[in-house]
Write a protein that binds this ligand. Structure first.
Ligand code: ADP
Ligand code: MG
Length: 590
């Protein structure tokens, strides 16, 4: 019962502290998970941007390679061109020309050229043959007043026909460079697409009369597609390429579509690279992009954030929860042992000392009562002693003087008898009053107990027993007063056994105390009387027989020996054998 109550108190102390711990650790755990996810998402965005950068590097390399390729091709084409004889005739011809930039059509005059003895204008044999060797496109240009016009070419117009007759106008950087006699490398918008191009002037009679051109489509989308399709970003991501207008050039599922969605295009218009979030096909996507200006394309890579961080979130939650729980458990156990247990012990100690204080107060009251009693009794006894002496003396004289057979003899005898009894009571009171000082003497307790039994009249139907469980029975006591303790208890025991029984005295103890149990098999003490036993004048015996001073006297003497007296009794025959046991605990030295 006490244990359960203790647990309850400990829980009460622990509960608020435990609650605070759980709250704090839960917040820390939540914070940890939150920051883990944030860090992971940031890392993911970085990776995505890195991926996009890698792809643009790939594009960059592709363009450099293309340029180199074109440079080599130009050399080869030039070599091929001059392998055959070129003749620039004086004879002129009028042809239809078209400005490739403005689309303006008009007539122009060109000199007749023979290449390998064949009229060059409209003769594509050479360009097609060279194309077989180097790939790409090859053109031969001739000078006209407004620029350089294609006379042989395998560059195609939108309608699929060869671009013969189209010309590069004079104001273009290509023409400016060629007119200075310089080879031109770079990008050029040829008919309808950007090409990586190279232009070499054709010189005849110290005059720049034409151009050999080679070109390759700047971006080989088919080639890039192949590579990009195989690239995966994380678990859920892929790269994709689109142009300024949101036209999807390369995309695993949306290729060929134009995304005019402002949500998608707005972030791109604001800056040349970055990260934005976009909801597509019911999924939240994180998209990194960069603008690759050489190709005029956006390169992007997207991932579905939820798929990427799902495992991490799960792991983080599990790990953080486990760590959090362990921390909570550890802290609670720690606090339980180092705080709760201590507070509880302290409370218990407080309780014990409170009880001791209450006991001490009770004992003090009792001894105060006894002291007052002692003074009153001493006074009364003193006052009564003299008149009683007179009564005894004179009643004895009267008894002596009365002749035998006198009818008053019986009455006077009664006076003498009752006066004697009064003297006995007064003697008891004086004893009680004299208890203040002790004369310690060493005695053997077993012998002492035996002697006490010898000085009490034991009825024939009462059997006495002494049991000793100690070897060393030496104890310091006031012999006379302690004798009164034993005789009083023994007398009470005998008086409680009118029909006979056993009076047993057990002697026990240790180095510091001797414990004596005086037990009888008598009537027992009613429960409601137990508390009154040591109160002066409490008696259940008929008037004239009991004084109610025995046990208060016993109590006083035992207390003066710094001892203790306890009583256990059963007066109810239905709950077992009746009887009483007084237990005395007396220190060997007081
Ligand atoms: P008295 O013996 O004069 O009555 P005590 O102070 O010695 O006074 O005892 C007070 C009362 O305690 C007794 O009247 C009796 O009721 C009870 N008592 C004491 N000892 C015993 C005992 N061994 N068995 C039963 N009752 C007892
Ligand atoms: Mg008595």
């Amino acid at each position: 019962m006490f244990k359960r109550k203790g647990l309850l108190i400990k829980l009460k102390i622990l509960l608020p502290v435990g609650f605070i711990i759980i709250a704090v650790i839960s917040i820390i755990t939540y914070w940890f998970i939150y920051t883990s996810i944030k860090t992971f998402n940031a890392q993911m965005e970085k990776n995505l941007e890195l991926e996009v950068m890698t792809i643009s590097k790939m594009f960059e390399r592709e363009s450099i390679l293309k340029l180199k390729n074109v440079q080599t091709n130009l050399k080869v084409a030039n070599q091929q061109f001059y392998e055959y004889p070129l003749e620039v005739l004086n004879e002129s011809m009028i042809i239809d020309v078209e400005n490739q930039k403005t689309g303006q059509k008009h007539k122009a005059s060109i000199h007749k050229w023979t290449h390998n003895h064949v009229n060059l204008y409209g003769n594509n044999e050479f360009v097609d043959k060279t194309q077989e060797i180097i790939g790409g496109t090859i053109s031969i240009f001739q000078k006209i007043d407004s620029g350089f016009v294609r006379v042989a070419t395998n560059v195609k117009k939108i309608d699929g026909s060869r671009a013969i007759g189209t010309y590069i106008p004079n104001n273009s950087p290509v023409v400016e460079s060629i007119k200075k006699g310089q080879t031109y490398y770079g990008r050029a918008f040829v008919v309808n697409e950007w090409y990586t191009t190279a232009y070499e002037p054709i010189v005849a009679n110290n005059e720049i009369v034409g151009i050999v051109y080679v070109g390759d489509k700047e971006k080989d989308l088919a080639e890039l597609k192949k590579i990009l399709y195989t690239l995966k970003v994380g678990k859920s991501g892929y790269p994709f390429v689109f142009d300024k207008n949101g036209y999807m050039l390369i995309h695993p599922t949306h290729e060929g579509e134009t995304w005019s969605d402002s949500l998608f295009l707005n972030p791109l218009r604001k800056s040349n690279q970055g990260v934005f979030y976009f909801r597509l096909d019911d999924r939240d996507k994180t998209i990194a992009f960069t603008y690759f200006d050489k190709f005029e394309l956006y390169i992007g890579a997207s991932i579905i954030s939820k798929i990427e961080n799902k495992d991490l979130i799960n792991d983080a939650i599990i790990a953080a929860s486990v760590v959090g729980l362990i921390a909570i458990l550890f802290l609670i156990v720690f606090i339980y042992y180092f705080t709760t247990e201590r507070i509880y012990e302290f409370m218990k100690m407080l309780q014990v000392s409170n009880k001791k204080l209450a006991d001490a107060e009770l004992a003090l009251k009792q001894s105060e009562k006894l002291a007052t009693m002692g003074q009153i009794s001493a006074g009364i006894a003193h006052e009564l002693n003299n008149p009683l002496g007179v009564i005894t003396m004179y009643s004895n004289i009267i008894l002596d003087e009365l002749k035998e057979g006198d009818p008053h003899i019986k009455d006077v005898k009664l006076i003498v008898e009752q006066a004697d009894r009064c003297k006995g009571i007064v003697g008891g009171l004086l004893n009680f009053a004299r208890k203040n000082k002790l004369k310690p003497q060493e005695v053997n307790i077993k012998e002492f107990v035996q002697r006490s039994l010898d000085s009490v009249v034991i009825p024939a139907n009462v059997k006495t027993h002494i049991h000793s469980n100690i070897n060393d029975g030496n104890i310091m006591i006031d012999k006379d007063q302690m004798m009164q303790v034993f005789t009083n208890l023994e007398k009470n025991a005998c008086e409680a056994m009118p029909d006979g029984g056993d009076l047993t005295i057990d002697i026990d103890g240790d180095d510091t105390n001797i414990i004596i149990k005086i037990s009888d098999t008598g009537t027992g003490i009613a429960e409601e009387n137990i508390d009154k036993l040591f109160t002066p004048f409490f008696t259940t015996k008929e008037i004239g027989k009991g004084t109610g001073l025995g046990l208060p006297l016993v109590y006083g003497i035992v207390k003066m020996h710094r001892g203790k007296i306890e009583v256990v009794s059963n007066a109810d025959s239905t709950s077992g054998k009746t009887g009483t046991t007084f237990t005395l605990t007396i220190p060997r030295v007081f």
